[in-house]
Design a protein around this ligand. Structure first.
Ligand SMILES: Cc1ncc(C[n+]2csc(CCOP(=O)(O)OP(=O)(O)O)c2C)c(N)n1
Ligand code: SF4
Length: 278
C-alpha cells in the first residue's frame, strides 16, 4: 500500500455506526459485528461500495450498527432484498445477516433458493438455536429435547436442521462455520467468504446468554476442523455429517457459474422495464 492509500485506510472502528448496540451483555452478536468490521477494514473496501442487509431479530439489528449502507428489512426476507439489490447494483459488495429463525424458519425457502442461485453475496447466520428477540422459542436449529421454552415444555421432538449441510445440498459454493468466541478466526473466514465469487454461507455460532445460558459452555466444545477446505461436495457432506456441529473453519469452496440477471434465460424484464421508461 502506498503512503497516500495508507493515510485514508479505514479501521474497523470506521465501519461502526454511532449507534450503541442494545444486545444483552455477553451476546455473541457483538463479536459478529467486530468480525465484520475487521474483515471490511482488512479488505480495504470503501464504505459506499458495501451494503449490509438484514431481516428481523436481535441479530438482524446489526445492519444499524455498521457505517456501510444498510437495510433492516422484514422477518425472513433479507435474502430476497439482498438479491434484488445485487441484481440492480452488481458492483456492490453485498453482505446479508440474521438469525437462525430468520434465515431457516420463515426465510428458509429464500435460503435454499439463494444457495441454488449462487449470486455473489455473503450470508451470515448468527446461530443461537433460539428465537432471541421474541423471548426464547425453539428455532429450526434447536435440539429436540430442549425444554426451557413454555411453548415446548417437553422439547420440540423435531430433528434440527444442519445449516451447513442444507447449504451444501442447495448449492452454496462457499460454506464455513465460525464461533463468536474466536472473533479473529471469524473475521478471517469472512475475508475469504467476501472474496469468494458466488454465494458464501457462514454459520456463526453465536451464544444467547439470556435464553440459552448453557451456550456459554460452547467455548469448551468448539474446535477447528482438522481437514483442508474441500471442493468435493461428497467429501464435504461426509465431513459435515460426521461432525457434531461444533467444528469451525471453511468446509467447502467451489467455483460454479454466478447468477447475474440477464445472463441466464431471458426473463422478459428488459421489455417490461422499457415500457416503464419515460
Ligand atoms: C412476519 C413476522 N413473523 C414473526 C415476527 C416475530 N419475530 C420477530 S424476531 C423473530 C425471531 C427472531 O429469532 P432469530 O431470527 O433466530 O433471531 P435472534 O433474535 O435470535 O437473533 C420473530 C418470530 C415478525 N417480526 N414478523
Ligand atoms: S436475547 Fe439473546 S440473542 Fe437477543 S440480544 Fe439478548 S443475548 Fe443476544
Amino acid at each position: 500500500m502506498d503512503q497516500a492509500a495508507q493515510q485514508i485506510a479505514l479501521t474497523p472502528k470506521d465501519f461502526k455506526s454511532a449507534l450503541k448496540p442494545v444486545w444483552c451483555p455477553g451476546c455473541g452478536d457483538f463479536a459478529v459485528l467486530n468480525a465484520i468490521t475487521k474483515a471490511l477494514a482488512f479488505m480495504g473496501l470503501p464504505r459506499e461500495e458495501v451494503a449490509l442487509i438484514s431481516g428481523i431479530g436481535c441479530s438482524s439489528r446489526i445492519a444499524a450498527y455498521t457505517s456501510v449502507y444498510g437495510f433492516h428489512g422484514v422477518h425472513g426476507r433479507a435474502l430476497a432484498l439482498a438479491s434484488g439489490l445485487k441484481a440492480a447494483r452488481g458492483d456492490l459488495t453485498v453482505l446479508v445477516a440474521g438469525g437462525d429463525g430468520d434465515g431457516l424458519s420463515i426465510g428458509g425457502n429464500h435460503f435454499i433458493h439463494a444457495c441454488r442461485r449462487n449470486m455473489d453475496m455473503t450470508y451470515i447466520i448468527m446461530d443461537n438455536e433460539v428465537y432471541g428477540m421474541t423471548k426464547g422459542q425453539a428455532s429450526p436449529t434447536t435440539a429436540p429435547d430442549w425444554a426451557d421454552s413454555k411453548l415446548t415444555p417437553h422439547g420440540t421432538g423435531i430433528r434440527p436442521f444442519q445449516p451447513a449441510g442444507l447449504a451444501l445440498t442447495a448449492g452454496a459454493s462457499f460454506i464455513a462455520r465460525g464461533f463468536t468466541g474466536d472473533p479473529n478466526g471469524l473475521a478471517k473466514i469472512l475475508v475469504a467468504a467476501i472474496g469468494h465469487k458466488g454465494f458464501s454461507f457462514v454459520q456463526a455460532l453465536s451464544p444467547c446468554p439470556t435464553f440459552r445460558p448453557e451456550q456459554m459452555l460452547w467455548k469448551h466444545h468448539v474446535k477447528a476442523f482438522d481437514q483442508e477446505i474441500s471442493s468435493n461436495p461428497v467429501e464435504a457432506a461426509q465431513r459435515i455429517q460426521a461432525d457434531d456441529g461444533m467444528s469451525t473453519g471453511i468446509i467447502y469452496q467451489n467455483e460454479r457459474p454466478v447468477f447475474r440477471p440477464g445472463t441466464g434465460v431471458d426473463n422478459g424484464m428488459g421489455s417490461i422495464e422499457s415500457e416503464f421508461t419515460i
